[in-house]
Every structure is written in structure tokens, then in C-alpha cells.
Design a binder for this molecule. Structure first.
Ligand code: GLU
Length: 507
């Protein structure tokens, strides 16, 4: 029987979660659900110099908003905790020592200054990329070059040291990636990475492997930027004599023009959020998020799901439940996925349309703090839903449904209001005054008769009518608007609107 599926999302709390990180979390979540597995979150905070206060809470809050909460993790619990690496600190050293004992790793006593000097010398000799590796380590201060008595003395005197991986020379590391197929890297291209630091903390590499092993992770699903680390990780599993998990390295998210990786700075610069929720830096700088922009979490996730994965059909709209049924790693592509801000809005529009009016009325009611009646808001939804992207748009763009227009679109008036329009409007107002019935059909048929009688084209009357009533040149069906407002209000607005427009056209 195959091992139970256990996957983890392992962010470092070095800042807010980029939407690429949310996609990694989502794919892990989907893969776990699809395979009756467990989705775990582990906080990788071994690099204390990059720790950002608030980042961990941000990550948890963002996953919660998205509705993809793990079932094991900090603050959640589970049998494999603690789930924060700094709280696991004590367990890593013995693993590092074990590797030294088995000649897979070694102590290195070189100081920062000595390493810098080596780099400088190498640079002068035309080698700008000096590395601590199988060749250079023979000339350095480590437990492979120093006599063992000297090593013991240095350890006893607590001279600072790191533990480095002893990378063998000229060995092909082979591993299988579920998305990329077979990957082969020769160890001559790999350096002797630090596994354990002089501050008593493991590096990302050691902690990651020890935790994935002890937490019984079956599949490592992470971003492509970790692919270069994978050969070292495979070597580490080997060195410990452990089975490697399955690997799946997800494609990068690219900028909309396809030009490079979508970075943290791109979002606000290019006019869209790159973070799930707002993030304010300690300096007070705001990075905007999808939540605060008014996106539904479902729309955001649906968009992310399709950035690098496809269902093999033309279907684009998927609920989270549907995604958990159809998602497979085999359908994740190798090529980078171009982020498309317009498509993201499209998803939001589709999700808005899928919402029932009663859900939307509740949201609008909260937004406008009870200022309008539920009946009014229901009509706002009926008339505006198809035209809006965000819930708030319906009230902003359709404000004339609940209040007299404050502003009139001067540009459209300047373009479309002809000298004879005022007179036509006055005549049409007469017709409206005499209407005995005021439903949309009755208004429309009166309107058509009016056009026929006066031999006018539709545009000559409908647009000015809309402008006097709503102040703007476009919107939902004018007869629906008029019937909702009622005869008295329509006449009132025509009177007022005509005055305002005349003053604008004469200005
Ligand atoms: N801590 C790494 C990160 O910040 C995790 C990489 C991995 O999943 O192995 O993305």
C-alpha cells in the first residue's frame, strides 16, 4: 500500500505572502484533498536575520480568507509539531552531527574574513565565483584538512564553526520531478552548502529535509525557484539513508508581458495587487491586496488555479470543491504562467454574477450601513449586477437608483446634446406626465409612439432621457430604471436634470 499523502506549505516569515505563494499553498491543498491526504503548514524561520514581525499572522490570515486552511500547523495542532522551525531548534544539531560522523559533512572553522580573502584572491586570479567545494575545501580550515587533535581543541574552546555538506566529486544526482520528469545534475556544479550555522541554527536546507522526513511528507510541491536546491536535498536524503519524497516544482508566475518573474514590487507599479490581502510595512508603506480591492476569495483562487494548471477542457469556472476533484499535478505545466490582470477581473465578474441577490443585498447593506432599504438594494442588484466587477461598483455606478444624480457627465453632454434636444425633451416630458400606467412596458410603448410621431431616431431621445434622469450616458435598461423610480421621481428629475444640463450647455 502506498504511503498516506502528506504535503506541506513551508513559507518563511520574511514578509507578506506573494500570490505565487498562495498558488503553491492552493496546489498543495488541492493535491491533499484529491488524495485524501493531509495539508500541513510549516513556518521556516531558521534565517532569523530575515524575520519580519507580523508575517506569520499575515500568512495564516490570508490562507483563512482564501478558505484553504491546513489541518496541521502552528495554532492548529497535529501530531508532528511543533510546526515552527525555531521551536524545533534543539532537534537539528544531532542530525548535523550524525552526518559529520558518517563523513557526509564536516566542521568548517573559516572566519568570515578568511572566506572574504579567498574570494578576493580568486577574483584577482580571474575566478569571480569562488565556491567552497570539493576542490577548494582542501585549502581551507576544516575538519578534513586539520589534524583531529586540532579539531578537538577548536571544538572544546568553542571556536565558532559551521557544518558543511561534503559534496562528492563528479557524481550525477538524479531525481524524478512529477512536473519536469528526470532531472540530472553533476555534483561538480554544486558547492559544499552550510547545513548548520555558527548561531546554533540549521540552514533552510538541513531543517527542510529533517522536517520533511520527520513529518512524513510524501510530496514536496513548491515553486520552481527551489529546483536548484533539490539535488542537494536528494543528496541529503541519501546521506541520512532516508527515502526521498516525490518532488513537484511549480512553474514561475510571470509578469503580464511575459517579461520576467512577477515580483513583489510589480503589483502596485503595474496597477494590480500581488498580495492576497493588504500589507502595511513597519515604515507604513501599503501594498494592496485582493481582499481589500473587493475580490471574492473564490474568484482569486479560481484565477490562481489556472495559472500553470489546466483541466484539459474548456471549463474555466471552478468552485474550490470542483477543483479538489479535478486537480492533478500531471496537468501542471513546466512553462512559466503569465499573470493576466484583465482575466482576473473577468473571474471576479463571473463570481459576482453567480452570487444570489439576497447575498449581495446583505453585503451592500453592510457597505452602505443601512442607508437604503432592502427593496432599493434588491433593485440595485437586479439592474447593476451584470455590469459590475465588484460589489461596491453596483452602488457607486448605480447610485442614481437610490439618490438623485449629483454629477452630470459633461463630456457626453457636450458631445450628444444638440440644440434641438432640450425642446424634444420638453415634449417627451409632456408625454410622460400624461402616462396613466408606469411600468417598463408602458413607458417603452409610449416612447416608441413618441419616436414614430415625431419621426425621431432612438438615440436622439433615449440618451438625453438617460442623461436627465441618471446624469450618465450608459447603464441598465432605461425603462426599467424609470419604472423603478416611479412617475413622480422621473418627472422631478427631468425638470431638475433639464435645468442642470441647460446651464452646462450654455456655460
Ligand atoms: N521556506 C521555503 C520558502 O520560503 C520553502 C521551500 C520549500 O517548500 O521547500 O518558500
Amino acid at each position: 500500500m502506498s504511503k498516506p499523502v502528506r504535503v506541506r506549505f513551508a513559507p518563511s516569515p520574511t514578509g507578506p505572502l506573494h500570490m505565487g505563494g498562495v498558488r503553491t499553498a492552493l496546489y498543495n491543498y488541492l493535491f491533499a484533498k484529491k488524495n485524501n491526504g493531509t495539508f500541513i503548514i510549516r513556518i521556516e524561520d531558521t534565517d532569523q536575520t530575515r524575520f519580519v514581525p507580523g508575517a506569520q499572522d499575515y500568512i495564516m490570515d490570508a490562507l483563512n480568507w482564501c478558505g484553504i486552511m491546513p489541518t496541521e500547523g502552528p495554532g492548529i495542532g497535529g501530531d508532528y509539531g511543533p510546526y515552527i522551525q525555531s521551536e524545533r531548534k534543539a532537534m537539528y544539531r544531532p542530525y548535523a552531527e550524525e552526518l559529520v560522523k558518517n563523513d557526509k559533512a564536516y566542521y568548517a572553522f573559516d572566519t568570515a574574513e578568511e572566506l572574504e580573502e579567498m574570494r578576493e584572491q580568486a577574483k584577482k586570479m580571474g575566478m569571480p565565483n569562488w565556491q567552497y567545494n570539493a576542490v577548494t575545501r582542501t585549502a581551507m580550515k576544516n575538519s578534513l584538512t586539520l589534524p583531529s587533535s586540532e579539531v578537538e581543541r577548536l571544538l572544546e574552546e568553542e571556536v565558532p564553526y559551521v557544518i558543511r555538506m561534503k559534496m562528492p566529486r563528479n557524481h550525477d544526482v538524479r531525481f524524478h520531478d512529477l512536473i519536469r520528469g528526470w532531472v540530472v545534475v553533476n555534483t561538480n556544479n554544486l558547492d559544499d552548502k552550510v547545513l548548520f550555522k555558527s548561531d546554533g541554527m540549521p540552514t533552510y536546507h538541513l531543517a527542510n529535509i529533517v522536517d520533511d522526513h520527520t513529518m512524513e511528507i510524501s510530496h514536496v510541491i513548491r515553486g520552481e525557484e527551489w529546483l536548484p536546491s533539490a539535488p542537494l536535498h536528494v543528496m541529503l536524503y541519501d546521506a541520512f539513508g532516508w527515502d526521498t519524497p516525490e518532488f513537484a516544482h511549480l512553474p514561475l508566475l510571470l509578469r503580464p508581458d511575459g517579461n520576467g518573474k512577477l515580483s513583489k514590487r510589480d503589483g502596485d507599479r503595474l496597477g494590480f495587487p500581488v498580495f492576497p490581502t493588504d500589507w502595511v510595512t513597519e515604515e507604513g508603506e501599503l501594498y494592496s491586496g485582493y481582499r481589500e480591492k473587493g475580490y471574492f476569495p473564490g474568484a482569486f483562487l479560481n484565477m490562481l488555479a489556472l495559472l500553470g494548471w489546466n483541466p484539459g477542457t474548456a471549463q474555466e469556472l471552478f468552485s474550490l470543491d470542483e477543483l479538489t476533484q479535478v486537480f492533478t499535478l500531471e496537468r501542471v505545466s513546466k512553462a512559466g504562467a503569465k499573470f493576466d490582470p484583465d482575466k482576473t477581473k473577468w473571474f471576479q465578474q463571473q463570481y459576482l454574477r453567480q452570487q444570489s441577490n439576497s447575498e449581495l443585498v446583505d453585503t451592500l447593506n453592510t457597505l452602505c450601513e443601512g442607508k437604503y432599504s432592502k427593496e432599493q438594494l434588491t433593485v440595485v442588484c437586479d439592474l447593476m449586477k451584470e455590469r459590475a466587477t465588484f460589489v461596491a461598483d453596483m452602488l457607486i455606478d448605480g447610485s442614481y437608483l437610490v439618490e438623485k444624480p449629483l454629477r452630470f457627465d459633461e463630456e457626453t453632454i457636450a458631445k450628444k446634446w444638440k440644440p434641438e434636444t432640450t425642446f424634444i425633451m420638453q415634449e417627451w416630458k409632456e408625454v410622460v406626465t400624461n402616462l396613466s400606467q408606469f411600468d417598463a412596458d408602458a413607458i417603452e410603448s409610449a416612447f416608441k409612439n413618441f419616436l414614430a410621431e415625431k419621426e425621431l431616431g432612438i438615440g436622439a431621445v433615449l440618451l438625453p432621457f438617460r442623461l436627465t434622469i441618471t446624469g450618465v450616458g450608459a447603464g441598465p435598461g432605461m425603462f426599467d430604471i424609470a419604472s423603478f423610480l416611479g412617475k413622480e421621481e422621473v418627472l422631478d428629475r427631468m425638470e431638475e436634470g433639464l435645468k442642470r444640463i441647460i446651464s452646462l450647455t450654455h456655460a
